[in-house]
Design a binder for this molecule. Structure first.
Ligand SMILES: *Cc1c(COP(=O)(O)O)cnc(C)c1O
Length: 377
């Protein structure tokens, strides 16, 4: 038998295994014609609240909307500063800028890729109102330290859990809390390639705060709590019932999916752990890792040449992320220049993510690891 084509994410093979259940769920929605705000959305919301052990899940249209609505719910004013890491996907800073708030970027920790607490400390000013940590690649930031810092300075914490759903953080008192449920508000994305992905766009907001939940629900629904009475300026952002039907099925397998990703990561770790040209992803002490990405740091390896040589062998490999936020054209700002965030800049130059998904076979993993080792020799 020939080996299946290697992809960064293999959603077809994953779907094959749950096809009957997913198709039945979608068919139910079609038969009911309750496409928007249907029962499926509420069913999924309740299932996710239970899985996360959080009081409120508010489904929305996508992860970027989730971040925007979360920030809107805090009632911040133009000029208020929001701290976020510079080594991440653009969405976090984008919504801050769109709302007329001031994004303040900070450096990250070299080992975990996550927001550096020391760097946050230095960035806090009297105008700082919120911190948005991004749990990058599937591992929670150092939330215990971050929450303590936020409390000391009376700041909101909004977690970007778009890559980390299902990751668990253990506090020093032994409390275990799901990613996105530690700060004031958590945000996630159900973009197809995310760890819990639907068949289009989707997202959700998490909170244990009743008052914030009420505001968030209203903002996501045109600022309306009573129909056609608009108390605040809102947006239109909702998860549709077909996506909820898909997610309801996939949520049942999320723990299996996480285990499959961790197994693939273990395989990579074993193969690369002793190679001085490759640094395997560090596993944080207090957080489990759900491996949205498996990201190597290359030491003295020509990254473009490695990518090309892998590509010739049918192995995709991606650079997440090639340019930190403070060096992006759209966000160029007299406050920042190259060299300001040396860790993020170094990471942008040396990271390489390998195929990571729930369906990687041992045969594929063997082929990938062998090819990588051959290419860096
Ligand atoms: C995917 C992602 C988002 C945005 O989610 P969308 O659903 O694509 O809007 C935001 N932040 C991070 C870290 C992400 O990975």
């Amino acid at each position: 038998m020939v080996m299946k084509e290697i992809q960064m994410v293999d959603l077809q093979s994953q779907y094959e295994k749950i096809k009957n259940q997913v198709n039945a769920g979608i068919q139910e929605v079609i038969d009911s014609a309750a496409f928007i705000k249907g029962g499926k959305v509420i069913d999924f919301q309740k299932d996710l609240e239970k899985y996360l052990d959080v009081k409120h899940v508010i489904p929305v249209g996508n992860g970027t909307d989730a971040l925007q609505i979360a920030l809107m719910a805090l009632g911040l004013k133009p000029g208020d500063e929001v701290i976020t890491p510079t080594f991440t996907f653009i969405a976090t800073a984008e919504v801050v800028a769109l709302l007329g708030l001031t994004p303040v970027v900070v450096d990250v920790d070299y080992d975990t890729f996550n927001i550096s607490i020391e760097s946050v400390k230095k960035a806090i000013t009297p105008r700082t109102k919120a911190i948005v940590p991004v749990h990058l690649f599937g591992q929670n930031a150092d939330m215990e330290a971050l929450l303590a810092l936020a409390k000391e300075h009376n700041l909101y914490v909004i977690e970007d859990a778009c890559q980390s759903i299902g990751s668990v953080y253990t506090f020093s008192d032994g409390r275990k809390v799901q990613s996105g449920c530690m700060g004031d508000i958590g945000c996630t994305s159900f973009f197809p390639s995310k760890n819990l992905g639907c068949f289009g766009d989707g997202g959700a907001i998490f909170t244990n705060n009743d008052e914030l939940a009420t505001k968030i629900r209203a903002i996501a629904n045109h600022g309306m709590t009573v129909r056609y009475y608009h108390d605040v300026v809102g947006v239109n952002s909702r998860l549709d019932s077909i996506q909820a039907a898909v997610l309801q099925v996939k949520l049942q397998y999320l723990d299996d999916y996480i285990a499959a990703r961790q197994k693939a990561a273990d395989y990579y770790d074993k193969a690369f752990g002793n190679n001085e040209k490759l640094t395997i992803p560090a596993r944080a002490e207090k957080s489990s890792h759900v491996f949205h990405q498996y990201t190597l740091k290359l030491n003295g390896v020509d990254r473009a040449a490695l990518q090309k040589s892998l590509s010739e062998k049918g192995i995709p490999a991606m650079v997440y992320y090639p340019v930190p936020l403070h060096l992006q054209k759209a966000y160029q700002d007299s406050r920042y220049k190259a060299g300001d965030f040396p860790v993020a800049e170094k990471l942008s130059a040396c990271v390489l993510s390998l195929p990571m998904h729930t369906e990687l076979s041992d045969e594929q993993l063997e082929y990938i690891t062998k090819s990588v080792l051959e290419s860096v020799r």
